[in-house]
Design a binder for this molecule. Structure first.
Ligand code: IPE
Ligand code: IPE
Ligand code: MG
Length: 245
């Protein structure tokens, strides 16, 4: 197993879990079988992050644009999410993981939404790791929602325009209580952000791999972390400035 430095872990890892459909095609199966296998890879990734000591894991599970997929596929994804919550609630509890979500969960199928609220409530006092699922999530939607809320609060006297800064905007986003990701992983050899965390990724380290999500294992995660640890995060400063800090 790959060696990583426990003293320089990314505090927050975000993953665009992509490639379920292509995995299925490679194995001469329907897309839904790919999503099933993808759900198993979620279990593996959550446990691995918990073991490694990652504090926040955000998984892009369903985008606002994914609502445009064939109904059959949407139905299957909703029911897989329900299954995942049924089966994993006790494990999340045992591993002391808190479940949170970002996105417009009002749009999720009602029984799935109910389950989600239940598991969030069940796990809300867990402090070992936050598992944050991006569901019916689109970053532009999130930003529009934040702007509207800021305007409303301004009109009601709760928010002064002169007080709006980076932190203020951050507080109006779904990710309010979550630090920006340190590392973004996208699987399946695609090199785009696909409307994910546009504001929050400003200084995130990006890592792309050709591994398809259903094949993503703990070793792949360790590899990504090892690459992250070799990077120098400069945040606009010079290398000398960073090293003298
Ligand atoms: C990612 O896999 C899962 C979701 C977007 C829900 P895809 O379903 O996008 O798989 P590909 O990109 O078609 O291979
Ligand atoms: C991004 O994958 C969304 C999720 C992983 C949930 P997509 O497969 O929807 O992204 P595009 O369409 O290839 O950009
Ligand atoms: Mg895809």
């Amino acid at each position: 197993m790959l060696k990583i430095d426990k003293n320089n872990l990314p505090q927050h890892i975000a993953i665009i879990m992509d490639g379920n459909g292509r995995w299925a095609k490679q194995h001469a199966m329907g897309r839904i079988r790919g999503h099933k296998k993808g759900a198993q890879a979620v279990r593996t990734a959550v446990t691995a992050c918990r073991e490694i000591g990652i504090s926040y894991l955000t998984l892009f599970a369903f985008s606002s644009e994914n609502w445009g997929r064939p109904n059959e596929e949407i139905n299957a994804l909703m029911s897989l999410l329900g299954d995942y919550l049924d089966k994993e609630a006790s494990t999340l509890q045992k591993q002391e993981i808190m479940l949170t979500t970002i996105g417009n969960i009002e749009r999720l199928y009602p029984p799935v939404k109910e389950k989600l609220l239940e598991v969030k409530k069940l796990t809300e006092h867990n402090r070992k790791m936050v598992l944050n699922l991006a569901l019916s999530y689109g970053s532009r939607d999130e930003i529009i929602f934040a702007i509207k809320k800021m305007i409303t609060d301004n009109r009601s006297g709760k928010l002064d325009i002169d007080d709006i800064d980076n932190d203020t905007v951050g507080r109006y986003l779904y990710t309010n209580n979550i630090p920006d990701p340190d590392l973004l992983i996208r699987t399946s050899d695609e090199y785009r952000i696909s409307n994910f965390l546009l504001w929050q990724l400003a200084y995130t380290e990006l890592y792309f791999t050709d591994v398809l999500w259903p094949d993503f294992k703990k070793d792949d995660l360790l590899k990504a972390i090892a690459v992250y640890q070799r990077r120098e995060r400069r945040f606009g400063l010079t290398s000398e400035q960073i090293q003298n800090k």
